[in-house]
Design a protein around this ligand. Structure first.
Ligand code: AMP
Ligand code: FE
Ligand code: FE
Ligand code: ZN
Length: 297
């Protein structure tokens, strides 16, 4: 499609943000308003495993703000050391009606609800003041349920003071409360997004403090499987991770992005804390055929 963004200039672009359609705390309309208020020129809405926020964000788009409609897909990959690990795939400008994508992430969202109910049930059985039914009932019907929703319930019940504390003490995955979420094999996800006209970027690929990450060899292999780019400037990447990713991206001519991974008040990072070069957004838009970049009128 025609690109409506210059390849240079000072426009600030944040390509990884969450709304209440998943585990952010700003509604999609509030998210685009906050982006304009923060002085951003372009923003991607990338809720976990859903496109449910796209319509509201598009309808509320402030004048001049560009909206990249996307999602962050929960995937599993071989880690390159004989095991597997969870990875997140940013998918941009794909056709949200593509049946394979619709079916895959409807299954994931359904299982996310069951899984969150199980986790809350285990905690309730241990005496924590959380009600699994109320937790699920409070979520918008097509929202993607995640551990931050349970974390908020624990904050509301006074068990912990913050979402971060809930993760550190209870939701970290190394105790009996944790239930894994459904994950798509990453090669299938890349192929599915491609077939739907979208562009894929590996999210926070070398953020080792979050948990196990893939090796450089696996990453290069995913590029062979159609991966378009890597997110480099991300709050969870240390300088060494950024440098290693930059070297791989240069060698393989990848799209590179920088983004905040904003979650509203569920995380401390601010919108636009990390940004993407306009030329890279132009490359994403040039490559995509599934959905248009929107510009607020
Ligand atoms: P889930 O996909 O349900 O397993 O939840 C993972 C989500 O929890 C991530 O997308 C983050 O938004 C959030 N998260 C993970 N670790 C933390 C943390 N330490 N503090 C706050 N939020 C976190
Ligand atoms: Fe999240
Ligand atoms: Fe992520
Ligand atoms: Zn994210």
């Amino acid at each position: 499609m025609t690109c409506v963004i210059g390849k240079t200039g000072r426009v600030r672009i944040d390509l990884h943000c969450h709304s209440t359609a998943s585990d952010g705390t700003d509604s999609p309309a509030d998210l685009v308003a906050a982006a304009a208020a923060a002085g951003l020129g372009a923003l991607a809405i990338t809720d976990h495993d859903t496109t449910a926020g796209w319509a509201e964000a598009a309808a509320a788009l402030p004048p001049g703000l560009r909206l990249v409609r996307g999602a962050e897909l929960t995937c599993v990959a071989e880690d390159g050391r004989g095991g597997t690990c969870t990875i997140h795939l940013l998918a941009y400008l794909f056709d949200p009606q593509a049946q394979a994508v619709v079916d895959e992430y409807a299954r994931t969202r359904a299982e996310r609800r069951t899984r969150l109910r199980t986790m809350a049930g285990r905690m309730a059985a241990d005496g924590y003041p959380v009600d699994p039914d109320a937790l699920l009932a409070d979520l918008p019907p097509d929202a993607s349920a995640g551990r931050p929703h349970l974390a908020q319930a624990l904050v509301r019940a006074g068990v912990v003071e913050s979402v971060t504390e809930a993760f550190t003490k209870l939701l970290h995955g190394r105790n009996g409360y944790y239930v894994p979420s459904r994950k798509t094999p990453v090669r299938d996800a890349i192929a599915m997004v491609r077939a739907a006209g979208g562009v894929t970027v590996l999210a926070h690929g070398f953020a080792h403090r979050r948990g196990p990450v893939i090796t450089a060899e696996v990453l290069v292999d995913l590029v062979g499987g159609g991966l378009d780019g890597v997110e480099i400037d991300h709050p969870d990447h240390d300088p060494d991770a950024r440098a290693r990713l930059r070297a791989i991206a240069a060698e393989h001519d990848l799209i590179v992005t920088g983004s905040s991974d904003y979650h509203g008040t569920n995380k401390t990072v601010r919108l636009g804390a990390e940004t993407t070069d306009p030329g890279m957004l132009a490359a994403i838009v040039d490559r995509a055929t599934g959905a248009d970049l929107l510009v607020g009128a």
